[in-house]
Design a protein around this ligand. Structure first.
Ligand code: PCD
Length: 805
């Protein structure tokens, strides 16, 4: 035999397991236009739905006349709240314990609100018929400012009993939703009152919107013969959608099949349940035909879940030497017309109380007031774990402002306040237990990589040159050290609509040694089919190329809470590793039997069990799988499958050090990003190439948000940014080059030590870009200006600082 057996290294290589930059298996279909998205689903006799939407931000609906629309050939039905009412579907529960109109019931509360659902034989007829529905409105006073809303006599939510408690406790005004508090208020106030140095600042994180390439949509098909409802849709949490659909409709859960096919980006936009989904289901039940609903871009930007809109008033105290002693934060949170925030039930402001960031702050307090206004509902985690981005932006701005007040270098101020390596696991003043971290190492590596000292010297020279009139460009160095918190559960703290936030993996090894694994999560572009196979390859010894990963079909996949909040790796990834270990435990018994030794006399080696001390005697995982199906093994059932449901003991806390170097033209307000350095620590890295792609994508979204993207309203509630002409999406032209780097501090409680990474670049990126803008003007006294830092706002800042001469 001339075949030399592969070396151990070659066998490891062949697996393409943990740590391998395996190419994404999904890309074969995505790069050839062969993905299968909701709008690709075409069923015989399928009808199409479109919405009549409110042009007003606040108005009474006096009458709806659908006669002309119904007379248009091809129009099948026009649904209004009156049609949904007998089914109790004219309102629906939100993820935040509030309720939301599915179709306007008596009045409308934001521009673009769904008023009637037109169903027609094709999409164009539906759109034409929408124009023919006559709605008479009576305008009401509009509230777009949350501070004003809390003072106003205008009652937005007439459906709520005045004075009655909301889902999160007492409401002190008819437009107030909740006050949520965490930390020790009295102690914090006392520390701040007696502190040597205190700074106070209002930090606004503007309203924006996730903007996936594919908008939201669904296809509902009610098969009246066998009583089964199939629902395809852009769902980041398909199992939760099934449960909610069952509870709302009364259709038993086994009779509902929810399928998330390929999803063209989620970014939190596809976590919630929207009126379009409900209307497509009702229309399918009413007409007996499949009904498709696909948003256009304006529908998406104006009516589906917004993000942020937090007014964060902070006070931070320190000693003269810069040791932080306390942090106080009050947030006025604009939730729009309905509280439809996507947060775990117990946390109406999500994980905002991670706002002590990477710093060892002895005492802190956070209070968040939720407020109704005449804006679209939502409040989703746009590439962030439930309000972590707001928290990171807040603390990273407060640190910069404090550094100014102390007349200190902001990198040094961070360094002296970081939680030290030996303090982990570290319990923060606001109650989180950070699992692991090594901030100083990451920080030093980052500062050295960009030659921080050199940059500061260059910046100082630039300021002098500017003052001498030799240049009109300033240099900003945007620093950020962020700490993320991802991987919800644990089930004991985290649930959504009562469903505990665990996740799952089920794996089946076929007789010839290849496998299929199914998970409760759902990829929207992250590359799960690539990376979860890598986890299993390292655990089971089956090459990743021989493992199919499936997600998103509730008839086949085990129950799970879905993909958002960077929870797939921390939760489903852990379930996957543990399912792989269950396979290995059974494989060990089979191998021992085949090798005629005791179970304890074999040991695992990459892709096989080997007899201890006799390396030539082994059984590969493929031989073991074959035997599992084809050989009677006493005391062992046939087959090789495993299921694991995983309830994480804690979240994971990825972190990173980002530095943005930006040139700013004082006269035009234009900026140029000269360098962006991003160091991420997400614990054990599964696929470095996928991680790099995630960081590039997240940074580009951060760039968009910090430098231009916003959902803006005028005084009467007109959405001014409902198209991509006005809503900024960076192209290759605006996007800078990024340098990525890493340190690797494993999570101590995750089976393979991995933390999430998908959101980190957005959480750390936004403050890095914004701090760069502020830092450019630091020498001229700028403390705080509001994002997005578009050219106009930067010009205005320069103007206000008197830099235009
Ligand atoms: N990884 C690795 N390693 C580690 C980690 C991680 O490798 N250590 C990888 C994994 O496997 C995947 C990724 O990476 O694949 C990611 O992951 P994560 O972090 O875990 O996450 P997930 O869960 O999976 O996902 C989620 C995220 C989010 S959240 C978001 S927004 C975004 C991100 O993801 N989205 C998206 N990214 C992305 N990408 C894409 N492409 N698309 C999309 O859509 Mo939210 O909450 O929803 O807002």
């Amino acid at each position: 035999n001339d075949m030399t057996p592969p070396t151990r290294e070659e066998r490891v290589e062949k697996l393409k397991g943990l740590g391998s930059s395996r190419k994404r298996v999904e890309d074969a279909r995505f790069t050839q236009g062969k993905g299968n998205y909701v709008d690709d689903i075409k069923l015989p006799g399928m009808l199409h739905g479109d919405f009549v939407r409110s042009p007003y931000a606040h108005a009474r609906v006096v009458s709806i006349n659908a006669e002309a629309a119904l007379a248009l050939p091809g129009v099948v039905a026009v649904l209004t709240a009156k049609d949904l009412e007998p089914l109790s579907l004219h309102w629906m529960p939100t993820l935040a314990g509030d309720k939301q109109m599915v179709l306007a019931d008596g009045k409308v509360l934001f521009q673009g609100q769904e008023v009637a659902f037109v169903v027609a034989e094709d999409r164009y007829i539906a759109a034409d018929a929408v124009e023919l529905v006559e709605v008479e409105y009576e305008e009401l006073p509009v509230l777009v400012d949350p501070f004003e809303a809390l003072q106003s006599d205008v009652v937005l939510r007439e459906d709520l009993e005045p004075g009655a408690d909301g889902a999160h406790g007492p409401r002190r005004h008819h437009n107030h939703i909740f006050l949520w508090e965490e930390g020790d208020k009295a102690a914090t106030e006392q520390v701040i009152e007696n502190a040597e140095v205190v700074v106070e600042e209002m930090v606004y994180y503007h309203r924006t919107h996730p903007c996936p390439l594919e908008t939201c949509g669904s296809v509902a098909s009610m098969d009246k013969v066998n009583g089964k409802l199939t629902l395809w849709g852009t769902f980041q949490a398909p199992h939760v959608v099934r449960t909610v659909a069952s509870l709302l409709s009364g259709i038993e859960e086994h009779n509902i099949r929810v399928i998330s096919p390929d999803i063209g980006g989620g970014f939190g936009n596809k976590v919630g349940v929207y009126p379009g989904y409900v209307c497509s289901i009702v229309a399918s039940i009413v007409t007996g035909k499949p009904v498709k609903f696909i948003e256009d871009r304006m529908d998406n930007l104006m009516a589906t879940a917004f993000a942020r809109d937090y007014w964060m008033k902070g006070r931070i105290s320190a000693t003269k030497e810069g040791k932080i002693t306390g942090l106080h934060c009050h947030v006025t949170a604009d939730h729009g017309a309905f509280d439809a925030c996507a947060d775990p039930t117990k946390f109406p402001a999500g994980f905002f109380h991670i706002c002590t960031g990477s710093y060892d702050i002895p005492v802190a307090y956070v209070g968040v007031d939720g407020v109704y206004t005449n804006k679209a509902p939502g409040g989703v985690a746009y590439r962030c774990s439930f309000r972590v981005t707001e928290a990171a932006y807040f603390i990273e701005r407060m640190i910069e402002v404090l550094a100014m007040e102390l007349n200190m270098d902001a990198a040094e101020l961070r360094r002296i306040n970081f939680i030290r390596k030996e303090q982990f696991p570290y319990t923060s003043a606001l109650g989180w237990e950070y699992d692991s971290g090594d901030y100083h190492t990451a920080w030093d590596k980052a500062l050295e990589a960009v030659d921080y000292k050199g940059l500061r010297a260059e910046q100082a020279e630039r300021v002098e040159a500017f003052k001498r009139g030799e240049t009109r460009k300033l240099l900003g160095i945007g620093l950020t050290h962020f700490t993320e918190i991802v991987g919800a559960g644990p089930v004991k703290n985290c649930d959504i609509l009562g469903m505990g936030m665990f996740d799952s993996c089920e794996i089946r090894i076929h007789p010839t040694g290849s496998a299929v694994a199914r998970l409760g999560t759902i990829s929207q572009g992250q590359g799960h089919a690539t990376t979860f196979a890598q986890i299993l390859a390292s655990e089971t010894g089956i090459p990743a190329d021989s493992i199919t990963i499936e997600e998103g079909d509730t008839d086949t996949a085990p129950y799970g809470l879905g993909t958002y909040g960077s929870r797939s790796t921390p939760v489903a990834g852990a379930a996957t590793a543990l399912a792989g270990r269950k396979i290995r435990a059974k494989a060990q018994m089979i191998a021992a039997y085949l090798l005629e030794v005791h179970d304890n006399d074999v040991e695992w080696d990459v892709d096989r069990f080997v007899v201890k001390g006799a390396p030539e005697r082994f059984k590969t995982i493929q031989e073991i799988a074959y035997a599992a199906y084809n050989q009677a093994i006493p005391g062992v059932e046939p087959g090789l499958e495993a299921v694991s449901y995983y309830d994480p003991p804690n979240m994971t806390y990825p972190f990173g050090a980002y530095i943005c170097v930006m040139e700013i033209d004082v006269d035009t307000g234009e900026h140029e990003i000269r360098q962006f350095y991003a160091l991420d620590d997400c614990g054990t890295r599964i696929n470095p190439m996928v991680i790099e792609g995630q960081v590039h994508g997240g940074l580009t979204e951060a760039l968009a948000i910090a430098m231009g993207q916003e959902i803006a309203y005028d005084d009467i509630g007109n959405c001014k940014t409902g198209t991509l002409m006005d809503f900024f999406i960076p192209t290759a032209w605006e996007t800078p080059n990024y340098t990525t780097d890493f340190t690797e501090t494993p999570s101590p409680h995750h089976p393979i030590g991995a933390k999430g990474v998908g959101e980190s670049p957005n959480v750390g990126g936004v403050p890095a870009f914004s701090n760069a803008v502020h830092d450019a003007f630091r020498a001229f006294g700028l403390r705080q200006s509001h994002m997005p830092h578009d050219h106009w706002r930067i010009w205005k800042t320069a103007n206000q600082l008197g830099l235009h001469g």
